[in-house]
Design a protein around this ligand. Structure first.
Ligand code: ADP
Length: 448
């Protein structure tokens, strides 16, 4: 994978969190502003509708009094008094150069001439016109709907005047401001929560960095084990070579005592060699460097080779070693015979190592699409607690029965990893002081 690819893969969690941290507030802000705008638009529309409606009702009741300006004025005054939202009501008649205010709730504009665009539009188009205006003298500026509508004679249907009405939006605006403030508080709380999340995430990033570092250290350890094991192999081969020469008497005759010491050196070198080989296997498996040459094979042939190796050690311990082969040849499974041999060597070796009397039996069973190879012994067995940790690296059961038995605690971990590479699995069943049974299941080759 490229460097950028690796970087992205390693930091994908970080980028994901960063994206979230940016996206959360953006969405919240956008959503809040949008909500405010929509609610304001809705309210304005609603008011506009109501105002136009009110204006048309108002207009019709004013129309009969158009020539009687005094009663018109008193009617307007009464309307303004009854309705607080009504800021101004004015009736205007057309003159040659504009519209003259003949009655108004605002005494300042009585007798004043107007030629504003909305008056002209309303008059010429014979329809109500509504416009948003604001009174800038107030803080905050007071917004109002200014609505103009022609007044018609109820008998002739002719336009006789214009009525202009100003309805305040202050209540609605106050409500909007309240909503806005509430939304802002909500927004601030949300941003605060997101910041808390951010702080938490930074801690999480620290863990991520630590985790990456741990993985690096772990790899360094694996590399070290791999290199050290390789380096140990060469001097050990030399020691073994000299030892065999001494046993053969090439270095001169040795007395029994010297031979005994030499035997001890030999068995310890053998243990060391096993440990180094197992460490090398562990690092190869962990780094995916162990090669597997999978091929269709009869498992019983692999078991035969293991039996040949362990016949003498079993006999010298007074143990029976039985291989219960079925009468017909076994169906083939897809395995690497050399690697599986290593697994059987470990399991049969263990069975002999941890059995004091009785014996070890190897048998087969066909279950579902799998071939089961069962290695059963009549040994010391193990407790259910020990069984749980059995396949962990370096795990060895420690009790008085196992105290003098040498081992590394790596064999079963390696065995399980190898079997898994062949799509199989290892299971264990055991009872203390009765014996253990290890079952290896390998799937049969599927016919297409
Ligand atoms: P070791 O080199 O110690 O044998 P293994 O990984 O092969 O390492 O086995 C791990 C432990 O499991 C052993 O130390 C032993 O206590 C226990 N064990 C393995 N096989 C048997 C068995 N057949 N019977 C009883 N105990 C066993």
């Amino acid at each position: 994978m490229s460097k950028t690819g690796d970087y992205l893969k390693d930091n994908s969690q970080f980028l994901y969190s960063l994206l979230l941290i940016i996206l959360i507030p953006v969405f919240i802000i956008a959503n809040t502003l949008w909500q405010i705008r929509v609610s304001q638009e809705n309210m304005t529309y609603e008011l506009h509708r109501k105002a136009v409606l009110a204006e048309s009702i108002l207009g019709s009741s004013l129309a009969p009094n158009i020539s009687d300006t005094r009663s018109l004025q008193s009617q307007i005054d009464q309307m303004s008094k009854d309705n607080e939202e009504l800021k101004e009501v004015t009736v205007l008649t057309q003159t040659e150069d504009g519209f003259l205010a003949v009655a108004s709730s605002n005494s300042d504009i009585l007798g004043v001439k107007f030629s504003s665009e909305d008056f002209i539009t309303s008059w010429t188009q014979d329809s109500p016109v509504a416009m948003l205006t604001s009174d800038a003298t107030k803080t905050p500026p007071e917004r109002m709907w200014s609505m103009t509508s022609p007044l018609k004679d109820s008998v002739t249907g002719k336009k006789v005047a214009l009525v202009n009405m100003k309805v305040t939006l202050s209540d609605i605006d106050a409500l909007t401001r309240k909503n806005l403030n509430l939304s802002l508080i909500f927004l601030i709380i949300t941003i605060f929560l997101v910041l808390l999340l951010l702080v938490n995430h930074f801690r999480f990033f620290e863990y991520a960095v630590l985790f990456k570092r741990l993985k690096e250290v772990d790899k360094m350890k694996d590399d070290f084990i791999s290199i050290a094991s390789h380096e140990l192999k060469t001097p050990m081969a030399a020691i073994k070579g000299y030892l065999s020469m001494m046993f053969e008497g090439i270095a001169g005759k040795m007395d029994t005592k010297a031979k005994e010491h030499l035997q001890k050196i030999d068995s310890n070198v053998q243990r060391l060699d096993n440990l180094v080989s197992e460490l090398l296997d562990v690092s190869r498996l962990q780094q995916g460097r162990m090669q597997f040459d999978l091929q269709p094979y009869d498992i019983s042939k692999v078991v035969d080779q293991t039996i040949n190796i362990f016949r003498d050690p079993a006999q010298s311990k007074g143990l029976k070693l039985d291989h219960l082969k079925p009468p017909e040849p076994l169906a083939q499974v897809y395995i690497d015979p050399d690697r599986l041999r290593q697994v059987f060597d470990n399991l049969v070796g263990n069975a002999i190592k941890y059995t004091l009397k009785g014996g070890v039996t190897i048998s087969y069973k066909i279950e579902g699409g799998n071939l089961q190879t069962i290695i059963k012994d009549t040994g010391i067995g193990m407790s259910p607690e020990d069984r749980k940790q059995l396949f962990e690296k370096f795990y060895r059961i420690k009790n008085e029965k196992t105290a003098d038995i040498p081992g590394t605690g790596l064999g079963l971990w390696i065995a399980r990893e190898i079997v898994r590479k062949m799509n199989g699995e290892i299971y264990v069943d055991s009872m203390e002081n009765v014996g253990s049974q290890f079952t290896i299941t390998i799937p049969f080759i599927k016919e297409k």
